[in-house]
Design a protein around this ligand. Structure first.
Ligand code: ATP
Ligand code: MG
Length: 238
């Protein structure tokens, strides 16, 4: 399987403060891969560095055959690397439709906007119903759907999701994860999923990595990690 994302020895942090200390991972085409870790492990920092929002201190990031280390985030988006930030970060005083349209900001996505809108409205019927409503009035689950739909408007090859289950009731977590599964099946995307909800993430992904204090301490096939006593004890409260 060819890799859509290949991260090697990535280091980054905030100012002088190092956070990621040589992180490596890969995502194959069509694969869902999760990165698990506790609060403060460096999960968000990892996604921000890969996507170009935070400068790297060292390492290499290859995305779809392009060396994207140091590339500005908006250029990486044009190549198909699209991140859904923690909490979705919608514009609360804009409508659902306006938020979706903003996702299609680069020229290629803009040219295809009408078609993309039709597609995401089909995939997320709730957003079609709520298209004229202010995004700030959506429920937590709807907001997460809208954030993923907005990312789809940018025509991603790889979708990076930062804790999409955060703050959602278990039934909504299932819905959001089902939606991710459906997107991958229908659109042939790849997904890099960052989660603290370890059980759900391992059921969704094919492979996973465990991040602790800026280091990858474990990786493997998700079903193996689900049965790993150390993972169960440290991350699943079993
Ligand atoms: N803007 C920032 N400035 C300085 N330090 C930061 C900043 N953002 C995060 N950190 C620090 O970097 C480390 C990693 O944070 P990060 O947000 O990547 O963790 P996380 O795994 O995403 O945690 P969570 O599950 O709580 O979202 C933490 O020690 C955090 O305090
Ligand atoms: Mg985080």
């Amino acid at each position: 399987m060819s890799d859509v994302l290949n991260v090697n020895g990535l280091r980054s942090g905030y100012g002088e403060l190092p956070v990621l200390d040589g992180v490596s991972l890969r995502v194959g085409a069509g694969e869902i891969v999760s990165v698990l870790g506790a609060n403060g492990a460096g999960k968000t920092t990892l996604l921000l560095t890969i996507s170009g929002h935070l400068p790297a201190h060292g390492g290499a990031v290859d995305f779809d055959g392009h060396d994207i280390l140091g590339m500005p985030a908006h250029q990486a988006v044009e190549k198909g690397l699209v991140m859904v930030p923690e909490g979705g970060r919608l514009f609360p005083f804009m409508t659902v439709l306006e938020n979706l349209e903003l996702g299609a900001y680069h020229p290629v996505a803009r040219a295809r906007m009408a078609q993309s809108l039709q597609e995401v409205m089909g995939l997320f019927p709730i957003l079609a119903e709520r298209r004229g409503q202010l995004a700030g009035r959506l429920s937590g689950g709807e907001r997460q759907m809208c954030a993923v739909a907005r990312a789809m408007m940018a025509l991603p090859k790889l979708l990076m999701l930062d804790e999409p289950s955060l703050g959602l009731a278990p039934i909504m977590v299932d819905k959001v994860f089902d939606m991710v599964r459906a997107l991958v099946a229908q659109k042939g995307l790849s997904v890099l999923l960052v989660e603290q909800n370890v059980g759900n993430a391992l059921h969704l992904s094919q492979r996973a990595y465990v991040l602790e204090h800026g280091h990858m301490v474990k990786s493997g096939v998700s079903t193996d990690l689900l049965n790993d006593p150390e993972v169960q004890r440290s991350y699943m409260g079993l």
